[in-house]
Ligand binder design. Structure first.
Ligand code: IPE
Ligand code: IPE
Ligand code: MG
Length: 237
């Protein structure tokens, strides 16, 4: 499929859902599904990179996902470490910039160290930016911004009238990046689950029943074709 520049989203955000159900269908443990999900991740990153997408944000672990059984949480953290260790050289070769959004301070030290390594290695790259959302919650991000602004006002470095949308945006994890043009959620669920609550104001949504481990570059192309037909109005006529 040919994507004209105008119809290609600058920023794609994905709620990668359905790993557990994918595994259950195969009578396998949930972690088997998460492992298969990493393969999907690889192909979607590579497709976005070659298409010239600017930013790809991937919801990998929410602030609510800590409520899952400890072995699943531990398994997900381990998969993150393995993914970064295995893939970082190749990602770097392809000019990809890895960033993480979310409160990383709560992650296991090993995961924090690996994330920091990936960030610093790729920080000058100019290709696709991949934001990995880890211990990310939209409400958490908004509270953090509100606290940052309140502290600036309290210290006298910011006037109340200076709290504008632009000033607010500077306190978000995604500061400086375009808002997501397209948000994709797999697995048939049609909800936001605390993802990018500020940034999604004018995003287009694409929901598919495909479970995340089955979401490949072909499925991404289908989402992009649908997006290309949307008429975005931003409140105008
Ligand atoms: C998404 O798959 C991955 C994470 C939330 C980490 P799920 O684990 O939510 O899979 P389902 O929704 O149970 O099928
Ligand atoms: C959203 O999926 C979070 C991630 C994909 C990381 P969940 O599976 O956690 O969302 P709910 O619980 O179905 O809303
Ligand atoms: Mg789920």
């Amino acid at each position: 499929m040919k994507q004209t520049e105008q119809h290609l989203p600058k920023h794609i955000a994905i709620i990668m859902d359905g790993n557990g159900r994918w595994a259950e269908k195969r009578f396998m443990p949930r972690l088997f599904g998460h492992k298969a999900g990493v393969e999907a991740l690889r192909s979607v990153i590579s497709r976005c990179s070659s298409l010239g997408v600017e930013v790809l944000t991937l919801y990998a672990f929410s602030t609510e996902n800590w409520k899952r059984p400890a072995d699943e949480v531990g398994g997900l953290m381990e998969l993150l470490v393995q993914f970064l260790q295995k893939e970082i050289a190749e990602l770097h070769r392809n000019g990809i910039k890895i960033r993480c959004i979310g409160d990383l301070s709560a992650l296991p030290e090993r995961a924090q160290a690996e994330v920091e390594k990936a960030r610093s290695l790729t920080e000058s790259n100019t290709g696709l930016t991949v934001n990995i959302a880890l211990n990310y919650g939209g409400r958490d991000e908004l509270l953090r911004a509100a606290k940052g602004l309140a502290a600036a006002v309290a210290s006298g470095s910011l006037a109340l009238e200076e709290i504008t949308a632009d000033a607010f945006e500077k306190h978000l994890y995604t500061s400086g990046q375009p808002d997501p043009d397209l948000i994709i959620r797999t697995s048939g669920e049609q909800r936001i689950s605390n993802f990018l609550l500020w940034q999604l104001a004018y995003s287009e949504f694409y929901f598919t029943d495909v479970l995340w481990p089955d979401f490949d570059s072909n499925e991404l192309d289908k989402a992009l074709e649908t997006y290309a037909k949307r008429h975005r109005r931003f409140g105008k006529l």
